[in-house]
Structures are given as structure tokens and as C-alpha cells.
Write a protein that binds this ligand. Structure first.
Ligand SMILES: [Zn+2]
Length: 300
């Protein structure tokens, strides 16, 4: 009995029993600077999805139907079908990734509706409906009134909000990965950076919620994530994580905590809950300065 207790405590200390839901944004292809023709996006997508399909790992992808590609609508449907074939769910990430801080609410909500038709048809063919909405930039409204009216729109249209707890700068690394001069360094440093993010939010969960929670990871469609996904998944497994669906993660009571944040920022829901509880959190690590500088130069 004493041995069993000892083993149990050891398992908790090493993080056994941790859970994470993986969510991937900006389908069909984010802004990683890689090729955007149908065959390139198809092969990137197939590589990205392979471990999820082969190992039956739950996954949800968030679609921007208006992403700049030259293969809409039929090609986009083919890409979405690849996701569904791999066992992934799909949600709406708006048509054109508008920034609610810069546009009127009516324009923003119209862009949500505009992002539905191809997604809805792809899901309907599998007997599914659109369930989740992911806010572009994780921006939920710059004023209390806009935030409330946006939430009312989502409620009225049957959407569940897909929050994020593990928020990171994967897109900065991804934009450098497609450039030969940075590729090797990104390959070496990306997963260790992601591990530092995961560790920071594990600690922050304890500080804000009182315990670790099922985490929700946000990353983006990119060649980098396609190539390095096995390493990223291995990092989570090393830390004692199993992979769960977004719906499973959201069943945890932590996700009923209040989000009292109002403003122009976009960040982890753990920071939002901290605002409601009046807890001051230490920010998670930024990508190192070489990544930030090279990313800023590359995005000009
Ligand atoms: Zn996005």
C-alpha cells in the first residue's frame, strides 16, 4: 500500500496524467511563406496529418475560407476532406482573419458567416456540423460592449468558443523555416522553445487555477509543423501528456472560469482568468531575439 502511494506521488511529480488538445489554425495554409498551389498545400497537409491519422490523435483545424490560395472552392474542399479523412474535426476561424480591433462589429460578424459554406458542406458530408469558433489573433473585442455583442452573435449562431491555453510564437519560427539560411537552426530550436512554453503554462495553471489543467495548444499550418510534428508530439509524451479532443479538454471546470479581460490584446485564457482573479502572472517566454528580428525582417 505504502509502495503504491509512493509510486502514485512519483507519477504525479513527473507529470503523468497530463492532457493536451491540439488545435491548428489558418487552414489551408498559414503565412509561412511556402508555396500556395494546390499540390504543395496538399503534400504539406498530408505530412502534417500523418501522425494524427496513424496514431489516432484527436485534432481540430480552424479554417479561413478566404486565405489567399488559387484553388478555391474545389481545391479547398479537397484539403478539408484530407483533414476529415485523418479523423480531425474542423471549426471556423472566419473568412479573412479580420482584426476586431480595426473593423466594425457588423463587418467582423459578416466575415464569420462568410467563412461557413465550404466548411459546412465538408462537415455535412460526414454527418457533422460546425461547432467551434476560434477568434483570429485571439482578439475577443476591444471594449466590453463589442466583446459582449460578439459573444451574443456566436451564441445565437450556435458556436462554442475554442479557447487557447498554450499560446506561442510558432508562426515566427515557421516563416523562417521556409528560408534556407534559417531552416537548420529552426529545426534545432523550435521544439525546445515549445517545451519552455508548455512548462511556463503548466506553472501558470497551478498559480491561477490551483492545479494543472487539460491544456489547449494553438499552432498553425506550416511546413515546419508538418516536418517537425513527430518531435513536437514526442516532447508532449515525454512530459507525461496524452492527447485529448477539444471537447474533452473543455469539460474541465477550469474552462468555466470567468474571462474578464477586455482590451486589444490576444493571449492565453490562463492570463484572462488571472485578470478575473486579480492574480499577476509572469509572461511566458518570447521567441529569442534572433527569431523576432529575422521574422520582422522577413515579414516586411
Ligand atoms: Zn489565425
Amino acid at each position: 500500500m505504502r509502495l503504491a502511494v509512493f509510486l502514485l506521488l512519483g507519477a504525479i511529480a513527473s507529470g503523468a496524467g497530463r492532457e493536451v488538445a491540439i488545435t491548428i489554425d489558418d487552414l489551408p495554409r498559414g503565412g509561412d511563406g511556402g508555396p500556395r498551389d494546390l499540390s504543395a498545400v496538399k503534400s504539406m497537409t498530408e505530412r502534417l496529418l500523418k501522425p494524427f491519422h496513424d496514431e489516432k490523435i484527436p485534432l481540430i483545424g480552424f479554417v479561413n475560407e478566404g486565405r489567399k490560395v488559387d484553388f478555391r472552392p474545389d481545391g479547398l474542399r479537397q484539403i478539408l476532406d484530407l483533414w476529415l479523412d485523418a479523423g480531425a474535426d474542423l471549426g471556423n476561424h472566419s473568412y479573412s482573419h479580420l482584426n476586431i480591433n480595426n473593423v466594425p462589429l457588423e463587418q467582423y460578424t459578416a466575415d464569420i458567416t462568410k467563412g461557413e459554406p465550404i466548411l459546412r458542406a465538408a462537415l455535412a458530408a460526414r454527418g457533422k456540423k460546425i461547432e467551434f469558433y476560434r477568434h483570429p489573433f485571439l482578439f475577443t473585442g476591444p471594449t466590453a460592449q463589442i466583446k459582449q455583442q460578439m459573444q451574443e452573435f456566436l451564441d445565437k449562431h450556435g458556436y462554442r468558443v475554442a479557447p487557447v491555453t498554450l499560446d506561442d510564437g510558432d508562426y515566427e519560427y515557421a516563416a523562417l523555416y521556409t528560408k534556407p539560411e534559417f531552416k537548420d537552426r529552426v529545426r534545432k530550436e523550435y521544439v525546445p522553445y515549445m517545451e519552455s512554453i508548455v512548462a511556463a503554462f503548466e506553472n501558470m495553471s497551478i498559480q491561477v487555477v490551483g492545479q494543472e489543467i487539460p491544456q489547449i495548444l494553438l499552432i498553425h499550418t506550416s511546413q515546419m509543423n508538418a516536418d517537425l510534428m513527430p518531435d513536437l508530439l514526442a516532447m508532449f509524451r515525454r512530459r507525461g501528456y496524452t492527447f485529448v479532443s477539444l471537447d474533452h479538454a473543455l469539460a474541465d471546470p477550469a474552462y468555466r472560469l470567468h474571462d474578464d479581460y477586455v482590451g486589444r490584446g490576444g493571449f492565453s485564457w490562463i492570463h484572462r482568468w488571472a485578470v478575473a482573479k486579480g492574480i499577476k502572472t509572469t509572461p511566458e517566454p518570447d521567441p529569442p531575439s534572433w527569431v523576432q528580428k529575422a521574422y520582422a525582417a522577413a515579414s516586411q
